[in-house]
Design a binder for this molecule. Structure first.
Ligand code: AMP
Length: 581
């Protein structure tokens, strides 16, 4: 048996250890815990703490807890902890020792060698310090590789064709974007750019500030001086942020955050994903600047990119997916968990050095996008037949996604949920899986159209459960349908992605989708009338007045609030068309 070389991602926020076993890279952990927070702490009662227990103590005792030590690697900084002065290498060594023992427990044998990853921009001094951290932890660091290179290795890029991949890595505390070129089996970072002060933490801070304001508004109590309360607020904000990656809203809740005259004060508020995205727009724009810069440095254009890989836990935010897709005009790859991909790639490198065979990673994915039909207002007109995707194709399953959709009218008291699979921008051009109605809807807020939460749960057996819930009354309708599911290797997915790369998929107007409203059912006959009306308008032979009234009537038909209205208006349209034609 060849020797084991583990791969280690020593991250700013989180770390992980992986190996290749029977040809397949996989993460090692204790039970389900595979990600180790890069946190070291000292507690009078428990002594030295590493990982999750250290992170847990952060909210109680932030002063005796060290986070983000990676930022100080290669510097002369000293950290006082547990009555000792420690260098950044020594703090990092605590984390590496923890990962080493996780691997040893999982494999039942001693681990001596590792491949470690570092950001592409790390200087020699920083790389050297990382190597020393390994040595202090009792590991021989057989190679240091760049994180974007590791991501490309995990995706098996370069196995077949030459590739130019943009690796967008948004972690907890840092943002890096790199161009990785693969030619003739050689993987090389062509250019790299980043922002060492931009990451998930900044998104948490924004949300925590927002929560602090809400708390102040409610209780007239400032939290600014209270470090423990602020740490708890940040934690609540991070939980809400993570929730909103899959759901359209989240609770900001923290009991007993402060006390006034013996009365406990709680935080209990709600935040919408759309509000959060508005708050964080500036942060995301900074990542676009870096993407432009990296292309400029490499003297390349967006068109030269053949792949885009999403790395780092924060890349799970839907706004990131959208931003990167819009920028690169390529569907980003995120099949491998973005917080695991670097460690898996390091393990692949380890296996290559150890002479072990490595197979392409297999993942269970949704081979088609899944969504519902909606309509939207654009320039004062209603555009029907829009496909609003809830689960993008090639998403690893199981997966749950939820979105809020609005009826078109305040008076509209029911909507039809038509569930499609496919990639076309027009809903009706996709495959209809099933449809159902949710009735007796009531507006969530006065003056607003009723709204429903639509939830898609796709399980490992290929069953898609669709649930629609009236946001006011909580009334629910649900269906279960069998959707196509498959197990594909990452290289197969990459091939499929390239075939689709110039498909009409990208013409989908996401703004429209976000503002999407559920259209009332328009049957084939009415649709035919609308088509006839449009043909007449396009011909341009009608008098202005006739054209305007036809257009208004067609809009009314599309926007009909109830089935009765729709029937009546269709009749009227039929008559008008008869006259005009
Ligand atoms: P990493 O350093 O790559 O492990 O990334 C850690 C960061 O990812 C932290 O800021 C987390 O809050 C963030 N994160 C993890 N999961 C999610 C998620 N589902 N949505 C948004 N952010 C996430």
């Amino acid at each position: 048996m060849s020797e084991i070389i583990v791969g280690i991602d020593l991250g700013t926020t989180n770390s992980a250890v992986a190996i290749v076993q029977d040809g397949e890279p996989r993460l090692l952990g204790r039970g389900d815990e595979k990600i180790v927070p890069s946190v070291v702490a000292y507690s009078e009662q428990a002594g030295w703490l590493v990982g999750r227990p250290a992170l847990n103590q952060y909210t109680l005792d932030p002063d005796n807890t060290v986070r983000s030590i990676k930022r100080d690697m290669g510097s002369d900084k000293r950290v006082t902890l547990g009555g000792r002065e420690l260098r950044p290498q020594e703090i990092s060594a605590f984390i590496l020792r923890e990962l080493k023992s996780i691997a040893e427990e999982a494999l039942g044998e001693s681990i001596e060698k590792a491949v470690l990853t570092v950001p592409a921009y790390f200087t020699n001094a920083q790389r050297q310090a990382t190597k020393e951290a390994g040595a202090i932890a009792g590991l021989e660091v057989v190679r240091i590789i760049n994180e974007p290179t590791a991501a490309a290795l995990a995706y098996g890029l370069g196995d077949e064709e030459d590739q130019m991949a943009l690796v967008y890595d948004l972690g907890g505390g840092t943002f890096d974007v790199s161009l990785v070129e693969m030619t003739g089996g050689v993987v090389e970072v062509r250019a790299s750019h980043g922002d060492t002060r931009l990451g998930g933490d900044d998104f948490d801070m924004l949300l925590a500030e927002h929560a602090g304001k809400l708390f102040y508004k409610r209780h007239q109590f400032p939290l600014k001086e209270n470090r423990v309360a602020l740490a708890r607020l940040r934690h609540a904000a991070e939980m809400a942020k993570i929730h909103m990656s899959d759901y359209p809203e989240a609770d900001l809740r923290e009991e007993y955050l402060a006390e006034r005259d013996g009365t406990p004060l709680h935080l209990d508020a709600k935040v919408l994903r759309s509000e959060f995205e508005e708050m964080s727009d500036e942060l995301l724009k900074r990542t676009v600047e870096s993407m432009n810069k990296v292309l400029e440095d490499a003297e390349l254009e967006v068109d030269d990119l053949s792949q885009v890989l999403l790395v780092g836990g924060s890349s799970r935010m839907p706004a990131v997916w959208q931003l990167v897709e819009n920028f690169a005009q390529i569907e980003p790859a995120a099949e491998i968990n973005p917080d695991e991909v670097v460690a898996l790639g390091a393990a692949v490198q380890g296996a290559i050095i150890a002479g072990q065979p490595v197979d392409s990673i297999l993942v269970d994915v949704t081979p088609y996008s899944l969504g519902i039909e909606t309509a939207t207002f654009m320039a004062g007109q209603i555009i029907p037949d829009i496909y609003s995707v809830l689960i993008h194709r090639n998403t690893t399953i199981p997966v749950t996604k939820e979105e809020i959709f609005y009826a078109l009218h305040e008076k509209q008291d029911m909507v039809e949920i038509k569930v499609y699979q496919g990639e076309a921008a027009m809903a009706s051009a996709n495959t209809l899986l099933d449809d159902f109605f949710i009735k007796n809807l009531k507006p969530f807020k006065p003056g607003e159209a009723p709204s429903v939460n639509v939830r898609f749960d796709f399980d490992v057996n290929g069953m898609l459960n669709v649930t629609a819930t009236d946001r006011l009354t909580g009334n629910t309708e649900a269906i279960s349908v069998e959707a196509t599911q498959s197990t594909l290797s990452l290289s197969e997915i990459s091939e499929m992605r390239q075939q689709f790369s110039d498909a009409d998929y990208f013409e989908d107007d996401e703004d429209a989708v976000i503002e999407g409203a559920i259209a009332p059912e328009i049957d084939d006959e009415t649709q035919a009338l609308l088509t006839r009306g449009k043909a007449l308008l396009d011909e341009g032979k009608l008098a202005d007045k006739q054209a305007t009234s036809l257009k208004v009537l067609m809009e009314k038909v599309i926007a009909a609030a109830t089935q009765d209205d729709l029937d009546e208006l269709s009749e009227e349209l039929l008559d008008v068309l008869f006259d005009l034609e």
